[in-house]
Design a binder for this molecule. Sequence first.
Ligand SMILES: [Zn+2]
Length: 251
Amino acid sequence: MVTTSWDDGHPKDLRIAEELQDRALSGSFFVPLRGPGGKPTLTPGDLRCLRHQGFEIGAHTVSHRSLAGLKGKLLRFEVSYCRQRLEQILGADVAMFCYPNGRYDRNVVRHVREAGFRGARTTRMLSLEHKFSPFEMPTSLQAFPHPLINYLKNLGKNGDTPGLFRYLLEYRGCRSWVHLGKRLFDQVLQRGGIWHLYGHSWEIDELGLWSDLREMLDYVSRREGVTYASNGEVLGMLRADRQLHASPDPV
Ligand SMILES: [Zn+2]
């Protein structure tokens, strides 16, 4: 399966949507009500338009603050109010959530579940797995030129020792994030699993990564035997296959 997700609801997401649509790729846009660092956000009309084009809109809190350690009313406001407001705008269910800055704890996961979401995406990278908690959906890579140390830190932070060894053995020679993305995709083609690209349109724009992104998307699109789906659709298919862990709370 191939899925993509795009965080922060920046107006440049509309350009991402065009690139995805041109290649019949699916995606989820995680939108906070206020952009991080005062960045602009998509208008309600933009959000309805994206949904109309077949993309998923997910919640990314009210103010894009990190949720780990937050409690009570403030946490409920960040998680639940964002969902309510997006549902008002879209006139439709908002099923997916994404933790700002990838920061969360057990209490945050509980709140996200209780708010009615059916899954949540993290910023864990280098995963091709199809077995994970729906509230800790991992990714394969970010559309960003991370240095080697960032991948090691990311794997270390998540206690992923097998992932660390696999990365050092198989991927450390990759010249760029696009090269790494292609290698990861080749693995999914051979062995199955989920290839999940995430990113920020504002960052892609600031760093001039549009041609890299096009190369990456060209490589994974229109492949035989590959299912293209939004984050929520991926979870739905895994649930139908009973591949998701029974316990949604193993943080
Ligand atoms: Zn974000």
